[in-house]
Design a protein around this ligand. Structure first.
Ligand SMILES: Cc1cc2nc3c(=O)[nH]c(=O)nc-3n(C[C@H](O)[C@H](O)[C@H](O)COP(=O)(O)OP(=O)(O)OC[C@H]3O[C@@H](n4cnc5c(N)ncnc54)[C@H](O)[C@@H]3O)c2cc1C
Length: 436
């Protein structure tokens, strides 16, 4: 199994199938190697004709798939350095947010935002524009200030926000196409405390009339709905403890009533795997995600899809989806609405536009989900919706191409570091390089 004496085989996978986290697909090869140093990565990359890096396998589509060779950087999970003056932390690319956050907090630092659960690899999240919520919060990639990666030739490239301008902005949401990311530098800020409040049954009409006020009422806002009964089942407000400012949780929030206990986004499910609510103060990394470290977030098997809509179309887009409720709800576990600030990263769905995201956690029934996705995508097309890079969609490559103005430059940039397509796979060939 060993490709070189420098490399150790991480998983034989002889007894089990190598699947993504959700188990909805099996990778097309079981050949996976683990690198434990930059030199190992360089040596391995030079010897392969085609490969993909596997992060924490949390994507629902085949963006990480390879028919040839998978490379794991799981063993490269150390903090390289914290620079308190520059307010940055540099980590090896195999590290997850779940590993980084407690360390940062112990050093009295924090990140600006997190996704719904912590055990996602930092490199995998940044390369797919993974996000949390908050009107003023860019996606997680927007915190990246420098990258180190190994090109197809095995060379080491370092790009930074400060020195490499457009090339850096093209590389951060790189979709795994530019090379093997070996280090990521992230902006940090002084640590902070948060409180989480949940309200139940927000009328759709209140959201329609007060969308901006509701979304800006807390540092991070998530609305959960099953699309039935013209209401949002739950509103999660994540507030930051600011000196001199305190969030006074009202007895009623735009017609919604405060939850009287910790709840799960799917109200019927046990909330023990959810982060603390009821206004109990706690560290940022135990309030920003919805789910606690180490817990399975939903009710077992699931699929996910998510669409980014330019903020100015938020309410129209939500109402367009709501019209489809009777086609959606039978296959749905829960939907979530979040907001994200604009950024300047070429392949980010929030490139130069603040967005609202409409997310669907589906039951694991791909035939049913694949039938309803085109219907949703058709309704959202007038609003120029873009799909999440790591979730399931059926939009055509032509539609994707027309919604990313920087795509031609991104293709050029990829070719600079990977002229023969060593890091490409079917997903990238179809959706990115196909029409090039
Ligand atoms: C339960 C659950 C909850 C989620 N919640 C959210 C959420 O709140 N918000 C959100 O936006 N998304 C969310 N996601 C989606 C998830 O964050 C993204 O799919 C993310 O890309 C997962 O990272 P990963 O490392 O697991 O990716 P993988 O699936 O392992 O890989 C994704 C891509 O990253 C590339 N990659 C990984 N590491 C490297 C590297 N070192 N160098 C080069 N390329 C690399 C892979 O080749 C592939 O192209 C969720 C997913 C799950 C399963």
């Amino acid at each position: 199994m060993l490709a070189s004496p420098l490399l150790s085989s991480l998983f034989a996978w002889a007894t089990g199938k190598l699947t993504n986290w959700a188990g909805n697909f099996e990778y097309s090869t079981d050949q996976m190697y683990s690198a434990s140093s930059l030199e190992h990565v360089q040596d391995f990359v030079k010897k392969q004709s085609r490969l993909k890096v596997l992060g924490t396998r949390h994507c629902f589509n085949k963006i990480a798939d390879s028919k040839h060779q998978l490379l794991s950087l799981k063993a490269m999970d150390k903090v390289v350095g914290l620079d308190p003056r520059a307010r940055t932390v540099t980590v090896e690319a195999g590290m997850s947010y779940g590993q980084l956050c407690p360390y940062l907090d112990r050093q009295r630092f924090a990140l600006h935002n997190l996704a719904s659960l912590p055990p996602i690899s930092i490199a995998g999240a940044c390369t797919t524009a993974t996000h949390g919520s908050g009107d003023k919060n860019g996606n997680l990639s927007s915190a990246a200030s420098a990258l180190e990666f190994v090109t197809a030739a095995g060379d080491v490239v370092k790009l930074s926000r400060a020195h490499d301008g457009e090339n850096f902005r093209g590389a951060v949401v790189g979709l795994g196409a530019l090379g093997v990311i070996t280090k990521v530098t992230l902006d940090v800020q002084p640590t902070y405390q948060m409180r989480q409040y949940v309200y139940q049954d927000l009328p759709m009409a209140e959201l329609r009339d007060h969308f901006d006020a509701i979304e800006s009422s807390a540092y991070s806002v998530s609305l959960f709905t099953d699309w039935q009964k013209q209401r949002f089942n739950e509103v999660w407000l994540k507030t930051r403890e600011e000196s001199g400012r305190r969030f006074d949780a009202p007895a009623e929030f735009y017609g919604a009533k405060p939850a009287t206990r910790n709840v799960h986004p799917i109200i019927e499910l046990n909330a023990e795997n959810c982060t603390e609510q009821m206004g109990v103060p706690g560290p940022w990394y135990e309030r920003l995600p919805h789910f606690r470290m180490g817990f399975t977030p939903s009710a077992g098997k699931e699929l996910q899809s998510e669409y980014f809509v330019p903020r100015q179309h938020a309410m129209e887009a939500i109402l367009a989806v709501e019209k489809l409720r009777d086609q959606i709800t039978p296959h749905l576990m829960i939907s979530e609405i979040r907001t994200i600030a604009a950024d300047d990263l070429w392949m980010s769905p929030c490139y130069k536009q603040p967005c609202v995201t409409i997310h669907f956690t589906w039951k694991q029934d791909w035939p049913a989900v694949s039938a309803v996705l085109p219907v949703i995508e058709r309704e959202l097309a007038p609003f120029h919706a873009r799909p999440h890079w790591g979730k399931l969609f059926t939009m055509s490559p032509a539609q994707l191409h027309s919604s990313y103005e920087k795509l031609p430059e991104f293709i050029q940039l990829s070719r600079k570091y990977d002229p023969q397509g060593k890091f490409r796979n079917d997903f990238l060939d179809t959706n990115i390089f196909g029409a090039a």
